[in-house]
Write a protein that binds this ligand. Structure first.
Ligand code: FE2
Length: 377
């Protein structure tokens, strides 16, 4: 088991190759009830039971459930007692992403290269093994309390990681067609975006491939700035957002207030058939942001010919944008936990390698409508 070959083998030559990354390995969420959270992802988004670690596997500290859909592996972890660091994390941030794990050919080397360049250590290289081989992991901090764990699994053929057992469940649902993690976005404090751009450039060898300023991303009320960082093979993309001055509180400000710090704002998951994926997720209870129907009035004038029927996109609220290389279809869910913090994006790329700049305004107006309902605009 492991991840990812994105269908976008675009190479970014200004990225450095001292830290080869093969793809996203897994995302770990710290949540207050991992058992129920895993069930939510199975029932609403078509993830399948993969692995489990907890009391039944001899783990007295945490209860972790792992689910999978194609190349996407999500881990949900809760503490088994009070007074733990995970419990403190949940008390402060609510449910959220703690670990963005990266699949690497050599975890020790990735860690050493990062440390040499000024990274802050989270986990010194550790080798874990069981009957199925060995895995080496090491970790560093990025923005907020989020960490990157480098995972080397070339000598491992177990279900997930040593310490985990196969999770056999009598309840499985049909996949909704989610394929791989396209990108993961971080919200950082005002003035910090360029610090993290520097971190990804210097410590991890990433390149800044796109930038948006508050002229690109602003509405009547709020604004934000964003820079997209990519590794050399284009498989790992991390846009970094920071709030910009606006008349009211921006969506990034709202996130920072309720997450009580910097963290992962959204995870974009790719599909080959966005109409089917979004229809199924909606039928199973996922709520999506809606743009006004007028968005579709002049859509074809803006994006040109597309394969999809606009009448199929409209009732679902799916957005379309074009760049020099093709077009993309995308939609945001509403936030998926108690606090108005993290959400998902569903994206289908038909050639386009960008991020839907043409949709930002429509999307942010839709986001602000939600903020207004919460009284946090
Ligand atoms: Fe996105």
């Amino acid at each position: 088991m492991s991840t990812i070959v994105s269908p976008l083998p675009k190479l970014y030559e200004n990225a450095s190759d001292f830290m080869p990354l093969l793809g996203t390995d897994y995302l770990e969420f710290y949540v207050s009830n991992s058992k129920q959270t895993a069930h939510f992802y199975k029932s609403t988004m078509g993830f399948k039971s993969l692995a489990h670690s907890g009391l039944e596997t001899g783990n007295r500290e945490t209860e972790s459930y792992v689910v999978v859909q194609d190349k996407i592996v999500l881990v949900f972890t809760s503490p088994l007692r009070s007074g733990t660091d995970i419990g403190r994390h949940i008390d402060k941030h609510g449910d959220g992403v703690k670990v963005i794990a990266l699949w690497v050919p050599d975890a020790k080397k990735a860690y050493e290269e990062a440390m040499k360049r000024g990274a802050k250590s989270y986990l010194e290289p550790v080798e874990e093994s069981d009957d199925h081989g060995k895995v080496i992991r090491a970790g560093i901090y990025t923005y907020g309390e989020v960490v990157h764990i480098f995972v080397e699994r070339k000598e491992y053929n177990g279900i997930f990681l040593p310490g985990f057992k196969k999770w056999d469940s009598h309840f499985e649902t049909e996949s909704v067609g989610l394929k791989y993690v396209d990108h993961m976005v971080g919200n950082v404090d005002l003035g910090m975006m360029n610090e993290y751009v520097k971190f990804y450039e210097e410590v991890m060898g990433f390149a800044n491939i796109l930038s948006f300023d508050d002229n690109d991303i602003s509405t009547e009320f709020t604004a934000l700035m964003s820079k997209v960082m990519s590794n050399g093979n284009g498989r790992i993309k991390f846009p970094i957002n920071e709030p910009a001055e606006g008349k009211k509180k921006s969506q990034v400000d709202e996130y920072l207030e309720f997450y009580e710090g910097e963290g992962v704002q959204h995870v974009a998951m790719a599909t080959d058939d966005i109409v089917r994926t979004v229809t199924q997720m909606r039928d199973r209870g996922i709520e999506f942001l809606r743009v006004p129907d007028t968005y579709y009035d002049d859509l074809l004038d803006r994006v040109g010919e597309i394969q999809e029927d606009i009448e199929a996109l409209k009732p679902l609220g799916i957005l379309v944008d074009r760049d020099e290389e093709g077009y993309l279809l995308q939609i945001f869910t509403k936030t998926v936990q108690a606090r108005p913090t993290m959400f998902f994006e569903i994206i289908q790329r038909r050639g386009a390698t960008s991020f839907g700049k043409g949709n930002f305004k429509a999307l942010f107006v839709a986001l602000e409508k939600e903020q207004e309902l919460r009284g946090t605009l």
